[in-house]
Design a protein. Structure first.
Length: 285
């Protein structure tokens, strides 16, 4: 399922929990791990702005080079050494490299060079990363937040195609032997139905959205999956369900939620959930 996992580690933020989770997944799925340490060019560019304007270009370049040297040492002496210790003891195949660039751009570049089944990463609210990749790529992204309750919460709604989430949730539940819970959210603030291609319909009556949701729920119940239909705001209902169930993982699909008075779709619900949710998230893109 996850045969080739990419772990991007920013020079701005390192989560040890990501390595621990990668070991867990690699042992379950016989995965190869690819570590990419990203020296953030934003940090280097900030050095330019903070540098005394009277310094020469040579002195500025020397400062940048010293920052890069220290970052590479940190990657080699802390992160890669720890990874070697963890992975070799578990007999897990892995590769490592250091790249300069912007977090999301580097990841997008890496997935063009090599085929990956999963991106596994940490998330830090108080740093310079903007996490555009959550919206911009088409492979699953696992945002790790430590929780060992051994259960999955899958989110479906009128704002998503609801195809990949049920399939992925069921496969993971069986492979990991975790309990599976699912909710279908009728988002009453965005009263459209998204089809299998991710296209938003014209506005619909609430009763029509509920009817579609109830049909989906009955279909899922036939697979012996615990599922509930709820009405409300998609983001809020997801967070409420996560608090109630206390899962190890929340799985979210391609929700096409509107933005502003023009009703244009917006994708940054993923970043909002990553900022507010205290549980690991798997975005099935």
């Amino acid at each position: 399922m996850f045969k080739n996992i990419l772990i991007p580690i920013s020079s701005e933020y390192y989560s040890k929990g990501v390595l621990e989770r990668s070991v867990f997944l690699a042992e379950k799925f016989k995965s190869t791990i690819n570590l990419v340490y990203i020296i953030e060019t934003k940090t280097l560019n900030q050095t330019d702005r903070l540098t005394d304007s009277h310094r020469t270009h040579y002195e500025i370049d020397e400062t940048k080079n010293e920052i890069i040297r220290k970052q590479k040492l940190a990657a080699d002496n802390i992160i890669f050494d720890e990874a070697k210790h963890v992975f070799k003891n578990k007999n897990i195949s892995f590769e490592e490299k250091i790249v300069e660039g912007e977090f999301s751009d580097v990841i997008k570049s890496e997935i063009v060079k090599k085929e990956y089944d999963l991106i596994l990463m940490g998330f830090e609210k108080e740093c310079i990363l903007n996490y555009r990749l959550l919206d911009d790529i088409n492979i699953p992204v696992w945002v790790e937040s430590k929780n060992e309750n051994k259960s999955i919460l899958a989110i479906c709604s009128n704002l998503a195609p609801n195809q990949k989430v049920p399939a992925m949730s069921l496969k993971l539940s069986e492979a990991l032997d975790w309990d599976l819970h699912m909710i279908y959210v009728v988002d009453i603030k965005d009263n459209v139905q998204v089809d299998e291609q991710g296209i938003r319909s014209d506005k619909k009556q609430e009763r029509d959205l509920v009817f579609c949701g109830q049909n989906f729920v009955e279909e899922i119940k036939n697979k012996s999956i615990d599922i509930k239909l709820v009405k409300g705001d998609l983001e809020k209902e997801t967070l409420k369900a996560a608090e109630r169930i206390n899962p190890s993982l929340v799985i979210v699909g391609r929700e096409q939620k509107k933005k502003g008075i023009l009703g244009l779709p917006v994708k940054n619900i993923k970043r909002k959930l990553a900022e507010k949710c205290d549980y690991s998230l798997l975005f099935v893109n």
